[in-house]
Design a protein around this ligand. Structure first.
Ligand code: AMP
Ligand code: MG
Length: 319
């Protein structure tokens, strides 16, 4: 059930969380499916409802840097600098987990943590007093939700969805491992590399994003963030041979990229990566709703500013 995030809504959400069940709530990135992070039963509920593979670990959301430190066995100086600069915000830090805490998912001795920059999320964290594990509130592999309605449609069994409107970033957080000497990017996301490097200096990039290229073969990447329709990336929407594509064909492009006569559905997003990202999942939801069988996606530029968007698109296109 979708409820307003007023005092009564928050009270009901806290009651559910305290009973080791789950609540969906807005963050600045996407909507999260939240549960007490160190309750085995509550976390089990997240994996069950999402049908999430047990090896995929969860991000723990907390209200403050000091609450984050309490989850860590070691809190590197670099984590302090990054937290001071970017929290609350869309940066997740992977640190060594405090030994007294149980592991979440398959993460052996680390924990991923962040302070979200959303007023409703922060009120919920403060009112519950709990660290909340909160992956995106959708079935595993499908498109992440950026509105309360997206959540209710993807996960109708979630007892409560706090409605905070549309998410301002609309794409998942950047995940950075700070356990080693050189910080390692684990997932490109809302926070860009340029801003990160201002604080960290050099960064280690995962192999599949380091060359900045879309993956040569979609089969190489794990399918994720995918709509029902088949996603086909292309360099020119007009030029594509459509004979082998299931009809109807929809188009996802951006301003200045050529519209390509979608017919059933054409989505023209911003040519600015942050704005594009903010509307990407909603556009994929709209194309699914329009009933297209194929979505032709114009590949964004191969520049670092588009890293997170290209990561999501290539995973959406993976078989
Ligand atoms: P999400 O599904 O958006 O909640 O994102 C969870 C992602 O965070 C995972 O897929 C990993 O990339 C990353 N993550 C979470 N916990 C850890 C951890 N302990 N170690 C490494 N990566 C993690
Ligand atoms: Mg997700």
């Amino acid at each position: 059930m979708i409820v307003r995030p007023d005092a009564e809504g928050i009270r009901r959400a806290v009651e559910i969380l305290a009973a080791d069940s789950v609540v969906a709530f807005p963050t600045e990135t996407v909507y999260g499916l939240g549960a007490h992070a160190f309750s085995e039963r509550a976390v089990g509920e997240i994996y069950r409802l999402k049908n999430r593979p047990s090896w995929n670990p969860l991000i723990v959301h907390v209200a403050s840097v000091s609450a984050a430190r309490e989850l860590a066995e070691e809190w590197p100086g670099r984590a302090d600098e990054l937290a001071a600069r970017f929290w609350p915000g869309p940066l997740t830090l992977v640190v060594r987990r405090a030994r007294r805490l149980p592991g979440i998912g398959a993460a052996n001795d680390t924990v991923a943590v962040r302070v979200p920059a959303h007023e409703v999320a922060l009120r919920l964290l403060e009112a519950s007093g709990l660290p909340l594990a909160a992956p995106s509130a959708n079935r595993s592999e499908s498109i992440s939700p950026t509105t309360a309605e997206h959540v209710a449609r993807s996960l109708p069994d979630v007892p409560l969805v706090l409605d905070g409107g549309a998410c301002s970033w609309g794409i998942e957080s950047t995940v950075l491992d700070v356990t080693g000497d050189v910080p390692r990017l684990l997932r490109p996301g809302a926070l860009g590399l340029r801003e990160l490097r201002d604080i960290t200096g050099s960064l280690a990039l995962p192999e599949d994003v380091a060359d900045g290229a879309a993956r040569p073969s979609p089969g190489m990447s794990r399918r994720h963030y995918a709509p029902r329709a088949r996603v086909v990336l292309c360099k020119d929407v007009q030029d594509v041979d459509r004979s082998g594509l299931a009809e109807p064909v929809g188009v996802l492009t951006y301003e200045g990229g050529g519209s390509g006569e979608g017919g059933v559905g054409t989505e023209v997003l911003s040519a600015e990566p942050r704005e594009y990202a903010a509307d990407l999942y909603a556009a994929l939801h709209r194309l699914d709703d329009a009933g297209v069988a194929t979505i032709l996606v114009l590949e964004p530029p191969q520049t670092e500013d588009w890293l997170a968007v290209r990561d999501r698109l290539s995973r959406a296109a993976a078989k």
